[in-house]
Design a protein around this ligand. Structure first.
Ligand code: ZN
Length: 300
């Protein structure tokens, strides 16, 4: 099955460890250079540039128009001798248009490489914003590694960026149908792959099997890994996998899944051909759609 690269997963930046380890003086010198570019975040939303590069600001534009003394600057990476950073603005000097990443992804034409940089920016900013204090002793953490590490000033514990991995399952049966559920928070008749967070002490395989059983009552077998997608809402990683089952009947966990059923391959492929359907699939930015599309055109 050939799944196209999901959105947010085409990051071209080299995360240069040498730069992450710069001392303060070196960091300040680097930030003055004209080959530095900034994504500006204010309260979790992206500041719109309004000019050529949409959401990426040149060094000059940032320092002249937006920088304030309490901004937090995190190094993202380097591409073709251009250094990218995310700045968490302390306050907004100008009244700019602010947009959230899901809205941008759905409505604005930006290539996946740039969206991936923005997703990285949002994810690491979310971690920085929610880990200001030490989880071990409650004291103030100090930022290190240009935003990629925190260090507790009291108990000396080091904290590194964390992710919340979730599994998302393409579940197929002996008739080569796919099982989709309509979550309780979905719009009516919207269906998607079953998914759920991994738990401590679980492999990806076991988490996928457990989630399918909990949500649908279906006993399934792990078949293969498919593809993954960074999901910075706030710090997720979606792991797409394929499970198979001989079981046709199911019993839904109605606290999570309002309704569910088996879909034939032609139902799904017709949907992607924009033929009329009595159901809808998830919007374009999630990996579920990529997986379902790839499955629907696969010749089996
Ligand atoms: Zn501590």
């Amino acid at each position: 099955m050939k799944i196209i690269e999901p959105l947010f997963s085409k990051n071209i930046l080299h995360r240069d460890d040498k730069i992450r380890n710069y001392e303060q003086l070196e960091r300040m010198k680097l930030l003055q250079k004209s080959n530095c570019f900034f994504v500006l975040l204010y309260r979790g939303q992206f500041v719109f540039n309004g000019t050529t590069q949409d959401y990426i600001f040149s060094n000059q534009a940032y320092y002249q128009q937006y920088s304030t003394p309490k901004d937090e600057i995190i190094y993202l990476g380097t591409f073709q001798n251009q250094h990218y950073f995310v700045t968490i603005l302390d306050f907004l000097v100008h009244t700019n248009q602010l947009d959230d990443l899901k809205m941008i992804t759905e409505n604005i034409n930006i290539d996946n490489e740039h969206l991936s940089i923005m997703a990285q920016a949002l994810g690491i900013a979310n971690w920085n914003q929610t880990h200001k204090f030490c989880g071990q002793c409650g004291s103030l953490n100090q930022k290190q590694h240009f935003g990629w590490k925190k260090y507790c000033t009291k108990c000396k514990k080091e904290h590194f960026p964390r992710l919340d991995p979730a599994v998302i399952m393409l579940l197929t049966n002996d008739k080569n149908e796919v099982f989709l559920g309509s979550g309780v928070r979905f719009p009516e008749n919207r269906y998607s792959l079953l998914a759920g967070f991994m738990e401590p002490g679980e492999s990806i395989e076991l988490a996928a099997i457990r989630e399918v059983y909990e949500e649908s009552g279906i006993r399934a077998t792990f078949k293969s890994y498919l593809k993954s997608q960074p999901w910075p809402f706030p710090m997720g990683l979606m792991i797409g996998v394929h499970l198979t089952t001989h079981q046709q009947n199911f019993k839904l966990d109605t606290n999570e899944i309002r309704t569910g059923r088996w879909f034939t391959k032609s139902e799904i492929s017709n949907y992607f051909k924009e033929e009329a359907a009595d159901f809808s699939l998830p919007s374009t930015y999630g990996i579920a759609r990529n997986i379902l599309h790839a499955w629907s055109i696969e010749n089996t």
